[in-house]
Design a protein around this ligand. Structure first.
Ligand code: DHB
Length: 417
């Protein structure tokens, strides 16, 4: 069958309607810059897929500053600390006294719902359910993305700039030739078994637990739905576990001091791998990478979404300068600017993971050293402040999303595109 190709045009073509792609499209639209978002999944899948739930203060500040913060302010819950639990006891890290900031529990798919509603409400162009996505002419000044629309129409979308926001399994980063691309990668010998359970909260704050049986994380979603994880074999098959066995495992990892989790029926379960990855460079010709397409962190510490948002806060500013002033310098330095925060987050996520998980190949020395490390972190203000600063997000001038948004608003105030 021969199909006719529809030719379309936009300034910025964005591959992927996850946090990076949607927030970028939203920030660009506030600066009067057109974009089209191309996404293989359908809207319902995006709006219901369960991911992490912690937003840094800067992420929330950016949402509020750019008009997509109403629901997170009403429905998100501010968390002023976490508990590190080991040796049968919890030690609290208090964020406001150490950093002046807090974090918000507000699930990723809720952020995506807010961004999709804002984009569609502003007349934005999001193509859900497309297939056959391919990138073309990246080293010319008119790159293109081609795809088949949900209704079967073949489309060629010409752009000034393209951005790959298609996550760790996406195609975009492979458009950077192997000879030019460095893949920094680390796999961990464990995964996370995640559950949703219908039960009341077991704790007011998140609990990150290290035990001889391995790591566990006690988080929450609503007063009646809780989110919990425990370290497992990366090849574990979630469907093989009975509710009873799941609860036994979770309870054993947080036991001590008479503490017990409140149990309920498990209605969702799955295993996620733990990986660290950074792609360098984050640009090839007129293609830029942002979010998980450019880097992945292991989930411990919940940096993934926040890093995606800080990437596009930097990138949207650079694009504004490029389109509104014809100034390419910030685009040229995007990778260097973004990588400062990316590598800090890589270190933090690796560090939290290593400190709290059980490694089968660890010696008795390693296990005892882990406890020494936890005592060092929780036992002094300097140790607690190190963790709190990273967990709530580093407020550096260029990479703090809140500051970047404020700067972006200042730059674009009163300007007609
Ligand atoms: C959640 C996930 C994380 O990886 C984390 O560090 C904290 C919370 C969550 O899903 O609630």
């Amino acid at each position: 069958m021969t199909t006719q190709t529809t030719h379309a045009r936009t300034r910025v073509g964005i591959i992927g309607a996850g946090p990076a792609g949607l927030m970028l499209s939203h920030l660009l639209s506030r600066a009067g810059i057109d974009s089209t978002v191309v996404e293989t999944r359908n809207r319902a899948t995006i709006e219901t897929t369960i991911r992490a739930g912690i937003l840094e203060q800067g992420t929330v500040d950016l949402m509020v500053a750019t008009g997509v913060g109403d629901r997170v302010r009403k429905e998100g819950s501010c968390h002023e600390g976490i508990e590190l639990r080991y040796g049968g006891e919890s030690r609290r890290i208090d964020f406001p006294s150490l950093t002046g900031r807090c974090v918000y529990l507000y699930p990723q798919h809720e952020v995506l719902k807010d961004l999709i509603a804002a984009r569609l409400g502003d007349g934005g162009d999001i193509r859900f359910g497309v297939t056959d996505v391919a990138l073309r002419d990246l080293t010319t000044d008119r790159p293109a993305v081609t795809f088949t629309d949900a209704d079967g129409t073949a489309v060629e979308l010409r752009c000034d700039l393209l951005v790959g926001c298609d996550g760790s399994q996406g195609i975009s980063r492979f458009a950077i030739p192997d000879t030019l691309r460095t893949d920094y990668f680390r796999a961990y010998p464990f995964g996370w078994f995640g559950i949703l359970t219908e039960a009341p909260p077991s704790s007011d704050e998140l609990i990150y637990a290290r035990s001889d049986r391995g790591f566990a994380l006690i988080s929450s979603r609503t007063p009646t739905v809780q989110r919990m994880y425990f370290q497992c074999d990366p090849g574990e098959r979630a469907e093989r576990w009975s509710d009873e066995r799941i609860w036994e495992e979770l309870q054993s990892r947080v036991a001590g001091n008479g503490f017990a989790l409140k149990e309920g029926p498990v209605f969702q379960r799955g295993v996620v791998p733990m990986r660290s990855y950074v792609c360098a460079p984050m640009r090839y010709g007129r293609l830029f990478l942002a979010g998980d397409a450019a880097h992945t962190v292991p989930a411990t510490g919940a940096k993934g979404l926040n890093l995606a948002i800080s990437d596009v806060a930097v990138l949207s500013q650079a694009m504004e300068r490029f389109f509104l002033d014809g100034e390419p310098n910030l685009l040229d330095s995007y990778g260097t600017t973004a990588s400062d925060r990316i590598w800090r987050a890589q270190h933090f996520s690796w560090w939290m993971t290593s400190m709290l998980h059980r490694d089968e190949s660890a010696t008795d020395f390693d296990a005892r050293r882990q406890l020494g490390e936890l005592d060092t972190v929780t036992g002094s203000e300097a140790g607690r402040a190190f963790l709190a600063e990273a967990y709530t997000g580093w407020p550096t001038a260029l990479t703090n999303p809140g500051a970047a948004a404020a700067e972006a608003l200042r730059l674009t105030a009163g300007r007609t595109p």
